[in-house]
Design a binder for this molecule. Structure first.
Ligand SMILES: [Zn+2]
Length: 290
């Protein structure tokens, strides 16, 4: 059993445009950055010039790729980048709960924009409908993860038992300023001890020394999304050792990386099969009560 805790996809009619636009942003913002130029070039070498997507961005296309990669289920992280999108984004998330769309393979998370007046109400509606978590993207949604104004959202998610996934660390969209550092994630956890927090990108993209120093060992989840070929093996092993494989979730960030590559990375760490099982599916099963 393999569960990929971090994927993205879109409604069929929107997928080509969404992937095209996001690819463009990544190439323009990330192509010249020393942090990301290498991996973007590597991906294009594999997929073709100006190609950065390992799936076609649709539900059915992604499920086909999951089959190819040997992945059983995938968490789908949706993001409302403005208050107006929120309704449609969550309608799409809910549609993936239907067997006809998600085929029982997709686990959609909801998204609210902090500036939306209906955000708190919508979180309750989503939880009632069976959504298991919320994705917050402090870079695209323009807030700092530890901003006290976010407290009502975190408080409600904690009360409803909704998992909160943060994009954490560097993002090519806002390369100069990180809106969710490992320390900020920890601050939120201290404020809301019952809140289940997933810090994506192994606790914070390119903030891995801080993750090792400040987050490792805390009751916070780290996912492996977009770490393939970027997270140094030695540092990964130090973090796994201090943090424990019981708080690490296998994830790819498809379409931007493939589950196959992420699997290769986790397998290269040389962990015991018990530890690998925890990371590949057991932790996600428990966290999502599957
Ligand atoms: Zn992502």
């Amino acid at each position: 059993m393999i569960i990929d805790f971090h994927t993205h996809l879109f409604p069929d009619f929107l997928a080509p445009k969404a992937l095209g636009n996001l690819t463009q942003v990544l190439l323009e913002n990330g192509g010249n950055l020393p942090q990301t130029a290498g991996i973007l070039a590597q991906t294009q070498q594999e997929l073709g010039e100006n190609q950065l997507c390992y799936t076609d961005g649709t539900a059915s296309g992604t499920i086909k790729k999951l089959d190819e990669w040997g992945v059983d289920k995938a968490v789908v992280l949706n993001i409302a980048t403005n208050p107006k999108q929120q309704h449609n984004v969550n309608q799409f998330a809910l549609s993936l709960l239907e067997p006809s769309a998600g085929q029982g393979r997709l686990i959609p998370f909801g998204s609210v924009h902090p500036e939306s007046k209906t955000a708190l109400n919508d979180i309750e509606v989503l939880a009632k409908a069976g959504i298991k978590g919320m994705k917050f993207h402090p870079e695209y949604q323009h807030f700092f993860a530890n901003d006290p104004q976010m407290n009502p959202f975190y408080d409600l998610c904690a009360q409803l038992g909704l998992v909160v996934v943060f994009h954490a660390g560097f993002d090519a969209y806002s390369p100069e300023l990180v809106h969710c550092t490992p320390a900020m994630g920890l601050e939120v956890k201290r404020r809301f001890p019952k809140l289940q927090i997933v810090m994506a990108h192994f606790g914070g993209m390119f903030c891995w020394q801080e993750v090792l120093d400040q987050l490792a060992g805390e009751d916070i989840w780290l996912d492996t999304a977009y770490c393939y070929s970027l997270l140094p093996r030695e540092l990964a092993l130090q973090i796994v050792k201090k943090h424990g494989s019981e708080h690490i979730l296998f994830a790819s960030d498809a379409p931007w990386q493939s589950s196959a590559h992420s699997m290769e990375m986790v397998e290269s760490w040389g962990l015991t099969s018990w530890e690998q099982d925890r990371i590949f599916y057991h932790n996600a099963q428990e966290l999502l009560r599957l």
